[in-house]
Design a protein around this ligand. Structure first.
Ligand SMILES: [Zn+2]
Length: 265
């Protein structure tokens, strides 16, 4: 706890110093610089307090949504990437969200959620298909790092999902593992109207969210008691927008976390 407080204090100092340096430069140049720590700047740039996001998974969700809004609107601020912070983080990490995403080179969590070092704990495989090691990775983040939000992140035109739909006769190497894991989603959306690939992408995410929510015993326990939030989302490669799937945001277990103040202040 002391470590967290100390880290927060240092981060506060760094952000205050940044803002004051900005103002100093502006004064010298006789221009008006953006005030990085002002309430207005925070609102305009969809800033959600990081400490609150770490403590409360609902704020964490807001923080990711806000970061993606910046990215989508080409307003990314690329937070927490300065050498001083990177050095500070060598002492420990407190990521506020675990992202279970696809390995696709176009779906990098830190970039599309506009977050920085130490913010996201990430597990990536093609089609975000999970097995023992991925489960352990997600459990580790929850139990040891205190990360209380898990986002399963699929994306449009996913190659692994596409392969599961096509079901090649004799897939090479271990690729059949991915196909078999995604196959149930293909069958579930068979009669659904609309784009088959996109429907399967969404269904696959929903299935994976349910898989984690029911995974004995660490994740299922955390989820059932409302301490761990597990949701699904789909990233659109063309628009840059992440859509959090409403099917995974409804009927959540009762929680002790405050959900009303989404600014996290
Ligand atoms: Zn993919």
């Amino acid at each position: 706890m002391l470590k967290i407080l100390f880290t927060s204090f240092i981060l506060f100092l760094i952000s205050t110093q940044e803002a004051s340096a900005q103002r100093k430069v502006a004064k010298q140049k006789n221009t008006s610089a953006p005030i990085f720590d002002s309430v207005k700047w925070r609102q305009d740039n969809f800033i959600v307090n990081r400490d609150s996001a770490y403590k409360n998974p609902y704020y964490a969700l807001q923080k990711l949504a806000a970061g993606n809004k910046r990215f989508e609107q080409v307003m990314s601020i690329h937070p927490r990437q300065d050498p001083a912070l990177i050095k500070l983080l060598s002492d420990g990490q407190y990521p506020f969200a675990t992202i279970v995403g696809c390995s696709d080179s176009r779906v990098s969590g830190e970039i599309l959620f506009d977050q920085g070092f130490g913010d996201l704990f990430v597990a990536r495989t093609a089609g975000q298909v999970m097995a023992e090691a991925s489960y352990a990775t997600i459990e580790y983040a929850y139990l040891s790092l205190g990360t209380k939000l898990v986002v399963v992140l699929g994306h449009s035109t996913c190659g692994a999902v596409s392969a599961a739909i096509k079901r090649p006769e004799d897939p090479s190497g271990h690729i059949v593992t991915l196909i078999n894991a995604i196959k149930p989603a293909v069958t579930q959306v068979e009669k659904m109207p609309g784009n088959k690939l996109e429907n399967t992408v969404r269904q696959n995410v929903i299935n994976q969210v349910n898989e984690l929510r029911q995974l004995e015993s660490v994740l299922s326990r955390g989820y059932d008691k409302g301490d761990l939030l597990i949701v699904g989302a789909v990233y659109n490669l063309a628009s840059g927008k992440v859509e959090f799937l409403k099917e995974t945001l409804e009927n959540l277990p009762k929680t002790h976390y405050a959900m009303n103040d989404i600014t996290g202040k």
